[in-house]
Design a protein around this ligand. Structure first.
Ligand code: IVH
Length: 702
């Protein structure tokens, strides 16, 4: 093949890969509906990386491989917004929203262009995050600024570039040589919990709520840290732009969606009303609405308030905007807020209660967590009796004491937290709370590591640490012994039947029968559930071992890299550091653990007692070379995984059956494709035969 042809092939292949990756990012981060597995995504990414390293001339700053810049900044530089970023005037109830509408109408009448009573409003949730401006020049993302004081913001371009849903390049820039957009950077509630868990595990300060977590993550001088944080962005307003004028907010939303920019889907009020009746509310199908008049806007406000807790992100109200940009222009602004919009806020969901006691719990890593036991109270419709107080520093900062009357809310809508102490109600004899100097479980002295806010029990034999580690070992994402509950573990520890992980596999019928309330049937079920857990995957096994900082996804990376337990045990620091997602802190923790004699012994015991961690190995043969395969029906693996398998083995998967099709791979309930194949005399094979063809080896460790 001539060199130029080959190069143009490579270039179009690179372009296609980049577009597919961006589409996948959109599906994952904006629609919250992944269209491929992580595995398939990684494969695409790796293919792109390989091609780019082979043809470095094609690397450009807009490639998804170039999202994370290498150099931390000394400080953020400041830049002026072309147009100031305004704030919104608040309204707090229906009457105030109606009054806002009256003001709008009056002003439009004064301007004398407004005749008809029909005044359409575009309504959206009010994201509780932080406002950011994106600037695209000739379709490329060149700058991103925080709101700052509204006039001057901070340049957070390298940080924003790490947010995968923010496109680095727009497909069709010819429409706008300049396009500025405003939107909100947020963290989903579920991501916020995971982030806080990780922060606390590492002895770092937790974030009070998703907004603080988003702000703290965006304002990292080192974009590599921002890249590890689960930030998302949703765009909701234009700044300065050139090219064809846009008429209204609803047109704007439609337009930016067609550019692949992250934004909410627009729907009708009727559709929204219908969908709010299903639980959980399918927000992805449409959450912003064009309302024909203020009454509809009020209805929108009421509807969204009802389903706010079902949304994956926090909102504190809805934003009601005059839809037509021409009317917005006529209305103008007063001081720093536009006259054409209002933030209709929800009532804050807080409740007052009394702290009956403060207890201290010991976690799997020995971390001591103070927990407030409170008089039961309802917050956002849910009964709350406990609130985590996080650590001594937090208790001191808020000066929380036993007997205090406090205001509580649910951080990220779920975890109950003390907002503040109502000191007016404090009893005169109340005393400040101090974390114990000794472990409440084993009474050994606790230690506080340098730079950590958390105190820990470091006694390896502490019963509380043991019990938490064993609960982790059997938990759903670990070995998944579904018949073993917390109570059973505690009783078995008490009776010295459980002293370490491998003891689960030494439990006998008699051990279990001795326990009260364990009848014959339940003893058999417990034993079965232990036995079933022996067949597990390598990543679950690694996760179950409870190595500090090795969560689910790190365990998957380790399993993929090593393939067997033995190889993991023989690793060294450099090798660990070469694995994606593993930094020095995690590597050191792994090394510290896997070099301990007792740990190695425990693994040997687990394996010799019948635990079989399996790593499915996908061999990269060329068995399917030049074959065109059509998939139909439901297969045991996800579609994308199967397509990748085919690719890996040199085949090609196509969507429709033709004479060129080599065979059809049919899963359960195959579609018409199988019939067509039979008509054309093309072989149809099932999953089993396909596996045989690939000789899909499952390799067993040791
Ligand atoms: S439109 C003129 N739409 O609310 C302001 N703002 O108090 C145009 N916000 O700084 C903003 N969700 O950070 C708009 N759907 C939404 C919003 C939204 C949250 C924030 C934004 C702004 C603040 C104003």
């Amino acid at each position: 093949m001539p060199k130029e042809v080959e190069l143009s092939n490579v270039e179009s292949q690179i372009k296609e890969l980049r577009e597919r990756i961006q589409q996948a990012n959109y599906a994952y981060f904006v629609l919250d509906h992944p269209e491929m597995t992580d595995f398939a995504y990684d494969q695409l990414f790796k293919t792109l990386q390989t091609l780019e390293s082979k043809y470095p001339n094609f690397i450009s700053p807009e490639s998804p491989t170039q999202r994370v810049g290498a150099n931390p900044l000394d400080q953020f530089s400041q830049k002026q917004h072309r147009q100031p970023m305004l704030s919104l005037q608040n309204t707090y109830n229906q009457e105030e929203v109606l009054a806002f509408n009256e003001r709008v109408k009056k002003k439009l009448h004064e301007q004398s262009t407004f005749e008809k009573e029909n005044l359409a409003y575009f309504c959206e949730p009010k994201f509780d995050g932080l406002a950011v401006e994106l600037i695209y020049e000739k379709g490329k993302l060149v700058t991103a600024l925080t709101r700052g004081d509204g006039v001057i913001g901070e340049d957070v371009t390298s940080q924003i570039r790490t947010i995968r849903s923010v496109p680095l390049i727009l497909p069709d820039f010819t429409q706008h040589a300049l396009l500025e957009l405003r939107g909100e950077v947020i963290i989903f509630k579920s991501d916020f919990f995971k982030l806080n868990q990780a922060q606390e595990e590492q002895g770092l300060l937790h974030f009070a709520n998703p907004r603080n977590a988003a702000a703290g993550s965006l304002r990292q001088l080192d974009p590599r840290i921002t890249a590890q944080r689960p930030l998302r962005m949703f765009c909701y307003a234009p700044g300065t732009y050139d090219g064809e004028p846009i008429k209204s907010q609803s047109d704007f939303m439609e337009k930016i969606k067609s550019y692949g920019l992250p934004s909410l889907t627009v729907t009708t009020l009727k559709d929204l009303k219908l969908r709010t009746q299903s639980h959980p509310f399918p927000w992805q199908k449409g959450l912003a609405c064009l309302c024909q008049n203020i009454e509809e806007a009020v209805e929108y406000y009421t509807l969204i308030e009802k389903i706010r807790h079902q949304l994956p992100f926090e909102i504190d109200g809805v934003v009601i905007k005059v839809n037509l940009f021409s009317q917005q222009k006529e209305l103008g602004q007063i001081s720093r807020s536009p006259r054409w919009a209002t933030a209709a806020k929800f009532k804050p969901e807080q409740a007052q209660t009394k702290i009956k006691n403060i207890i201290v719990q010991v976690g799997r890593t020995g971390a001591l967590t103070p927990v407030a036991i409170m008089e039961p109270v309802k917050v956002g419709g849910v009964k709350v009796t406990q609130a985590t107080l996080h650590n001594q520093e937090e208790i001191q900062r808020k000066d929380i004491r036993v007997g205090d009357t406090v205001l509580i809310h649910r951080a990220g809508d779920v975890i109950p937290e003390v907002v503040e102490v109502l000191t007016a109600f404090r009893e005169s004899n109340s005393q400040a709370f101090h974390m114990p100097k000794n472990c409440p479980s084993c009474s050994e002295p606790v230690v506080q590591m340098e730079g950590e806010v958390i105190s820990r029990c470091v006694n390896p034999n502490c019963p509380a640490v043991l019990s938490e580690s064993l609960k982790h070992f059997v938990s759903k994402k670990a070995l998944n012994m579904d018949k073993i509950g917390e109570k059973l573990i505690e009783k078995l520890i008490e009776r010295k039947r459980l002293t370490r992980m491998s003891d689960f596999f030494r439990l006998s019928e008699t051990d279990l029968k001795e326990l009260e309330r364990q009848g014959e049937r339940s003893v058999q079920n417990t034993l079965k559930s232990i036995q079933a857990s022996q067949q597990t995957t390598l990543s679950r096994f690694i996760y179950a071992l409870g190595i500090r900082f090795v969560g689910e996804s790190t365990a998957v990376s380790l399993a993929n890299h090593f393939g067997t337990v033995d190889k993991l045990l023989q690793t060294h620091r450099e090798e660990l550091l070469s694995i994606p997602d593993i930094g020095p802190k995690v590597a050191d923790s792994i090394l510290r653990t896997i070099t301990k004699k007792s740990f190695i012994q425990e693994i040997e015991d687990l394996l010799s007692l019948g635990v079989k961690p399996i790593q499915p190995i996908l061999s990269g043969t060329k068995t399917l070379k030049n074959l065109q395969i059509v998939i139909t029906g439901t297969l045991p693996l996800d579609r994308d995984q199967v397509k990748h398998l085919i690719l890996q083995h040199g085949g090609k998967s196509t969507s429709s059956v033709s004479k060129k099709t080599s065979f059809v791979l049919a899963g359960e309930t195959p579609g018409s494709k199988a019939d067509k194949a039979l008509e054309l005399g093309i072989p149809v094979i099932g999953w089993e035969d396909f596996q045989k063809k690939l000789n899909l080896a499952k390799k067993i460790t040791n």
